[in-house]
Every structure is written in structure tokens, then in C-alpha cells.
Design a protein around this ligand. Structure first.
Ligand SMILES: *[C@@H]1O[C@H](CO)[C@@H](O)[C@H](O)[C@H]1NC(C)=O
Ligand SMILES: *[C@@H]1O[C@H](CO)[C@@H](O)[C@H](O)[C@H]1NC(C)=O
Length: 500
């Protein structure tokens, strides 16, 4: 599958950090800073000559200005406000009763738990600025953004676009708030830095993924509204296309192998290449490298996600951190073979092994993969059921409505913790959903636009997990994973001629 994500995201792009850049700048001379800027500008230019609709114009700036200011002036959000739009209009849902939200919404409480007793002060937020790309402020239904540094590609732009759509969907319902957002891959607020009696409280920073060791607050990633640089359409559109693609080849007719397509941007993915068919081995794995540079140059002919539902098994492998590819892979109706992930996004903590996917240990992947494929090919009913349950989760639990409701409840719960009155920063730019983008970015924005307010209430937020329930669900995951390990151990013990 197109694991687009990582290509850019990992390694090859100056991940750069403009965060690191900032620290660097303060420590060195401005001339080095400018060299670095030009260098990054050149990298972007060389590597991505035809990125469409890039919102960043790297113009020169005066060397006398403070670096933060420079970055601020350099970037404009192409989401103008030419006329006065206010999303505070009365919200009049036709239906007065609301459905319960999916179970994964319970993680909202869990992610906000570090601030549950202390609440959130402005000081706590300000301490997170070095980790953030921008501050989002909502006051009276209007959105404002204060930029700290450019994010990678159009991630920030599409994230903010998504928030503007939320304001249109539930006018007047999203409370006033201030929050920090980080658009990179890596987690930024690490638990270990905030432990111990004298430790400061962690700054709340919104981000796309989390891990055990981190306290980032997880928010749906930009790809739900589209990923223009690699031609991945907004989620509703691409999901429909993938479902159509999946219908063209019934499960039994698909290649009885495990498929992966992407860029080997992590150790796991590098390992995966070694499991490919060779003259010496057939691990029942077929991997293909995605060359995004070439794809971009040739109009994305060979990276269509809807053409990648051709195998009975599809492998999910993390890139640098979580990968947005998970939902596309799981939507295919093939059984997902998930290489034990370390990171999670807002919904993936509720996926259950053997129910939605088949777990694969990281060590000795090839061996585990061959067994998974053998098992599936000799338990076709069960394997299809796992594939179907995974796709059903993507289709029914991950509707755009649920994505918006998740954002709504997260922002709502977060705002309840604020101990100060949100205010518009002097440097902030008011943003509206009038885009001055062109090309694919504009096309995706038009496709993902919310056209009228909801006639329904948001779903009702389920209560927090009890600690016991979390432990129980972890136990279930562990025991199912153990089950697979036992099956596999027995399989390898059998003599070769009895293995089928
Ligand atoms: C949007 O704002 C930018 C910067 O303020 C301006 O240059 C541009 O002309 C505006 N576009 C529209 C369509 O209003
Ligand atoms: C894996 O093997 C297939 C089939 O031989 C081949 O087409 C493909 O290019 C190989 N993939 C890689 C990354 O070498």
C-alpha cells in the first residue's frame, strides 16, 4: 500500500525541524540561520518540484527581525476572511436525541487525564510553544491561528481546514479555547520529563499520534481532509474508491499472499523487504517499493490505493511513527497483518487482534508472516471474517461524522479544563474557509467541505474507562496475541509434510 506517509515524513525530508531550527538560531549567528533557511528552501525545491498548492512561499526576509517573526511573516495561511462569517449562528438540530459515540471516544478522557485535577493554565500552554507549530484560538465561534513555524507539507493547512469544517457543522457549539498543535511525526511531550515530585506539569500539545511514553493529546490527522502532495483524496472519497476497488476482486480470487507497498522509512519496513520473494525463499510475502518522486512525476499512475486490494492479506508496518496508511490498508476487506505497532492514533487503540487484524511480532517477521498466510489460506472463513471486521470498523466507526464528533468532544472536554479566558493573541491571523489554494489542495478542500450545519446532535460521549476496564482490554489483546503465538509454535513443530 502506499505508505506514502513515511517517504516524505521520514528521513528524506528535512524533518527538520524548524523546531530544532529555532533553538539553533538563537544559539548561532543569523548568517548561519539564513544559510540554513536557503538550504531547506533548496531541498524542498529540489525534492518536490511540483508539489501542488504549497502554502509556503519562501521569500527573503530582513535579517534584523527576530527569527520567530521572520517565520511568521514568511507564511500566510491561504484561508482568507474577506467577508465576515461567524459560526455562532444558532444550531437547531432536528433530532433531539443523540446516539452513543463509538467506544474509542473513551480515550478522550484518558488523553486529558494528566490535567484532570490541575486544570490547564495559560502558563502550561505557553511552556509547550517550543514543541508546537501553531496556536489555535477559538473565540465566539471564530478561529484564529498564531504560527510558530511551518509544518511539513500542507498538514497544518488541512488540519485547520478540518477545524473550520467542524465550526460549520456545529455552529455555536464549539466552546472558546486556546490550544497548541504539532504536525510532525514524532511524539513531543514525554512522560519522563514530567515525573517526580518537583516536576512541572506537562504542557498540553495536540498532535496526531501517541505512544506509551508520551502525553501528546491525540487529534485526527490531516489525511481525513486529503493529502494533496501524494494525491490521496479526502477520506470519504478514497474510502468509497477503495470499497469499489475491493468489490472487483472477491477475497477467494485474490492473490493468496501478503502484500505491502510503500517506502522503507523505518527498521520494520527495511526488514519487510527481506521477506520478499527471492530465488531462495518464498515467505508468501510480496512487497513493492513506492517511489514517490517518480509517482509525482508520472501523475500517480501506480499509487492508487483503490487498485491495491488485490491480495488476501495486507501488511501494516509503521513508518517513523504511526502511519496514516492504516485506514486505507484495513478498508480493503483483506485480512490485515499488523506488525506490532508502537504508536497509535485516535482510533487504533480500540482495534482488537484476531477480531480486526492478525498480530505479527516484530522479531523474525518473515517467519511470522509465512505462518499468518498459511493459517489464512487454511482457515479462509476466519481470515475473511477478520478482514471484513477490520473494513467494517473503517466504514462504520470511522465515518467523517464520527471524526467530527471526536474532534468536537475532545475540544469540548479540553475547554472545560482551561482555567483562563481564551483571548485572541495580537499576532494571530483570523482564518476562514475561503481558500486561495489552487490545484489539488483546492479540489480536496472543496470535496471535504461541510456544506450545511448538522441536523443532528453530536453523539453522546461515553464515560471514561475505569482503570479496570483498560487493564481488561489490554489483557484480552495480550491473550489473543498469545493465542496466535501458540498456534504458530505448534505449526513450526509439525513435520513439513503435515504443515498444511
Ligand atoms: C488572501 O489574503 C492574501 C494575504 O493577505 C492576499 O494576498 C490575497 O489577495 C487574498 N485573496 C483573496 C481571494 O482574498
Ligand atoms: C519483490 O518481489 C516481486 C516479485 O518478484 C518484485 O516484483 C518486486 O519488485 C520485489 N520488491 C522489491 C522491493 O524488491
Amino acid at each position: 500500500m502506499a505508505e506514502p506517509v513515511k517517504i516524505f515524513h521520514d528521513g528524506c525530508f528535512p524533518k527538520v525541524g524548524l523546531g530544532r531550527l529555532k533553538g539553533f538560531v538563537t544559539k548561532t549567528t543569523t548568517s548561519i540561520f539564513f544559510f540554513f533557511l536557503v538550504f531547506i528552501g533548496a531541498l524542498i525545491w529540489m525534492d518536490f518540484p511540483i508539489i501542488r498548492g504549497s502554502p509556503f512561499s519562501f521569500t527573503s526576509s530582513s535579517s534584523k527581525t527576530h527569527p520567530e517573526k521572520i517565520q511568521h511573516e514568511r507564511i500566510q495561511f491561504p484561508l482568507n476572511c474577506s467577508s465576515f462569517v461567524n459560526y455562532m449562528k444558532a444550531f437547531e438540530p432536528k433530532e433531539s436525541s443523540a446516539k452513543a459515540c463509538p467506544d474509542y471516544f473513551r480515550w478522550i478522557h484518558q488523553d486529558l487525564k494528566p490535567w484532570k485535577t490541575s486544570g490547564i493554565t495559560r502558563d502550561m500552554i505557553d511552556r509547550g510553544i517550543p514543541s508546537a507549530d501553531f496556536r489555535l484560538v477559538i473565540v465566539n465561534g471564530n478561529a484564529y491561528v498564531e504560527r510558530y513555524r511551518p509544518s511539513f507539507q500542507t498538514r497544518d493547512l488541512f488540519t485547520i481546514w478540518g477545524i473550520l469544517q467542524l465550526l460549520k457543522l456545529y455552529p455555536g457549539q464549539v466552546p472558546d479555547l486556546e490550544l497548541l498543535f504539532y504536525c510532525g511525526d514524532n511524539t513531543v511531550i514525554m512522560k519522563k520529563d514530567y515525573q517526580g515530585h518537583w516536576a512541572a506539569s506537562p504542557p498540553p500539545v495536540f498532535h496526531y499520534c501517541g505512544e506509551k511514553a508520551a502525553l501528546d493529546i491525540i487529534f485526527p490527522d490531516w489525511s481525513f481532509w486529503g493529502w494533496a502532495e501524494v494525491n490521496i483524496k479526502p477520506w470519504e472519497e478514497i474510502l468509497r474508491a477503495i470499497q469499489k476497488g475491493a468489490e472487483t476482486i472477491k477475497w477467494e480470487k485474490r492473490e493468496p499472499y501478503a502484500f505491502w507497498k510503500g517506502a522503507p522509512t523505518s527498521g520494520d519496513r527495511g526488514d519487510l523487504l527481506k521477506c520478499n520473494l527471492s530465488d531462495k525463499h518464498d515467505w508468501h510475502v510480496r512487497v513493492y517499493q513506492q517511489d514517490w518522486g517518480k509517482e509525482i512525476g508520472q501523475g500517480f499512475k501506480h499509487s492508487n490505493l483503490e487498485d491495491q486490494c488485490t491480495h488476501r492479506y495486507k501488511i501494516y508496518a509503521e513508518g517513523r511513527t504511526w502511519s496514516v496508511s492504516e485506514k486505507y490498508i484495513m478498508a480493503c476487506d483483506s485480512m490485515t497483518l499488523m506488525i506490532q505497532p508502537e504508536y497509535y492514533d485516535f482510533f487504533s487503540r480500540s482495534l482488537v487482534p484476531l477480531q480486526h487484524f492478525w498480530p505479527i511480532r516484530r522479531e523474525n517477521k518473515c517467519r511470522h508472516l509465512i505462518f499468518a498466510v498459511e493459517w489464512g489460506n487454511s482457515h479462509t472463513q476466519e481470515a475473511q471474517a477478520i478482514g471484513r471486521a477490520g473494513s467494517k470498523f473503517m466504514e462504520e466507526m470511522l465515518t467523517m461524522r464520527n471524526v467530527y464528533d471526536y474532534m468536537f468532544h475532545l475540544l469540548n472536554e479540553y475547554s472545560k479544563l482551561l482555567k483562563f479566558k481564551p483571548a485572541i493573541p495580537p499576532d494571530a491571523q483570523r482564518i476562514c474557509a475561503e481558500t486561495t489554494e489552487q490545484g489539488l489542495a483546492k479540489e480536496f478542500m472543496l470535496q471535504s467541505m461541510v456544506k450545511s450545519p448538522s441536523d443532528k446532535l453530536p453523539c453522546t460521549l461515553p464515560p471514561p474507562f475505569e482503570t479496570r476496564a483498560i487493564r481488561a482490554s489490554l489483557d484480552v489483546k495480550k491473550s489473543k496475541t498469545k493465542q496466535v503465538e501458540t498456534w504458530e509454535a505448534n505449526y513450526w513443530k509439525k513435520p513439513d509434510d503435515k504443515k498444511q
